[in-house]
Design a protein around this ligand. Structure first.
Ligand code: GLT
Ligand code: MN
Ligand code: MN
Length: 388
């Protein structure tokens, strides 16, 4: 019997991209295995399984060569489907990677006309998103990279990226869209190397923009794990900087191609720390599942996949609450955090510094106390494996 407490509700803010549940299972070695799912069908499916939101790239919704009349008809149908199924559009994005025009990048391409076209396409995608109610605009620069560094100076690419972001912020202000931009990093794939490989790289770039307050990040589990990094650390740094505008949840085995697996299915322990962090700090943004079903599945299997993402999140949320309330864990944490120590390291003053310089520390004593992290982690594993 399905447990009520793992039933997704709107307040959980679970969202899926049209490209996620609509993924047809193509990979570099094989063709589509599922028939196309129209945007309206995808919205119905999301409503049926209890998701709160649907996100899209411009061309997930409106084909790249649609006439203005076709565009308006599609948008009207889609908005009606959203209303009828109780699904909202929290985020929109732009596809700057599929069309051959972007083979050398979009905002960083050497050809000025390609860069201008990328801006035009993005502004139109912002119009489209705003029409559907989106307040977050994700930018994933999958083609902003290289196979050979002979093609341009990498610092020129950074400058071009900055110019494009500045331009788009002004456009959002000009049109009173009130967008928050969320920049999504990835180390490689489809390019051999992508310029902004990690969330940290984007955080550094944001501080150099004209309007840094409008721009944050959209860390993705799979992308940080592809780089061998700790997703929770990336998310925590973004959060601490006030820059966690969106999050892409999925899973990934490090060292592999971009897998976009069901959330929590590859590394449930890492997923646990992530969910615990998001819940502990009170992140209120969408929990977006940027993943897709195995290639073996039909659309019933796709529903199982999508339900699984949400269910795992809710199970981990419950485990996080259990962890926080566990008396033995609490006692261990108290032991870790309540160590009284030397206060002169708290804040610099000339006096503190000179006192510290001449102080004597019991190095061996400080190093000798066991920290009990083994016990702490095993208790975590016991909780995760359901025996505690
Ligand atoms: C693409 C990519 C994702 C991005 C999407 C947004 S598109 O599927 O792999 O990580 O979030 O552009
Ligand atoms: Mn991905
Ligand atoms: Mn993503």
């Amino acid at each position: 019997m399905e447990n009520e407490k793992y039933t997704p509700r709107p307040e959980h803010k679970f969202s899926f991209g049209l490209w996620t549940v609509g993924n047809r299972g193509r990979d570099p070695f094989g063709d589509a295995v599922r028939p196309p799912l129209t945007p309206v069908e995808a919205v119905r499916m999301l409503g049926e399984i209890g998701a709160y939101g649907v996100n899209f790239h411009d061309n997930d919704l409106v084909p790249i060569d649609a006439t203005p009349q076709e565009r308006d008809r599609i948008v009207n149908e889609f908005r009606r489907a959203c209303e009828e199924n109780g699904v909202v559009v929290p985020m929109a994005t732009v596809n700057l990677f599929y069309d051959p025009v972007f083979r050398d990048g979009a905002f960083t391409a050497n050809d000025k006309s390609v860069r201008a076209y990328a801006l035009q396409k993005t502004m139109r995608a912002m119009d489209l998103g705003a029409e559907c109610g989106a307040k977050i605009f994700v930018l994933w620069g999958g083609r902003e990279g290289v196979e050979t560094d002979g093609c341009r100076r990498p610092d020129d690419a950074v400058k071009r990226l900055r110019e494009a972001l500045n331009y788009l912020c002004e456009y959002s202000l000009d049109r009173k869209y009130d967008y928050k931009f969320a920049l999504e990093a990835k180390p490689n794939e489809p390019r051999a190397d992508i310029y902004m490989p990690t969330t940290g790289a984007y955080l550094a770039l944001i501080s150099t923009l004209d309007r840094p307050e409008m721009v944050g990040v959209n860390p993705e589990v799979a992308h940080e794990h592809m780089a061998g990094l700790n997703m929770t650390h990336a998310v925590a740094q973004a959060w601490e900087a006030g820059k966690l505008f969106h999050v892409d949840l999925n899973d990934q085995i490090p060292g592999r191609y971009d897998q976009d697996l069901r959330f929590g299915s590859a590394n449930p322990r890492a997923a646990f720390w992530l969910v615990k962090f998001l819940e502990d700090v009170g992140y209120t943004g969408p929990r977006h599942f940027d993943a897709h079903a195995y290639r073996t599945e039909d659309y019933e299997g796709v529903k199982e996949f999508a339900r699984g993402c949400m269910r795992t999140y809710l199970i981990l949320k419950e485990k996080a609450a259990q962890w926080n309330g566990d008396t033995e864990i609490r006692a261990l944490l108290a032991g870790i955090s309540e160590t009284a120590g030397d206060e002169r390291g708290n804040k610099f003053s000339t006096q503190h510094a000179s006192e510290l310089l001449s102080a004597t520390f019991d190095r061996a004593g400080l190093a000798s106390r066991g920290l009990n992290y083994e016990r702490l982690d095993q208790l975590t594993i016991d909780i995760l494996l359901g025996v505690r």
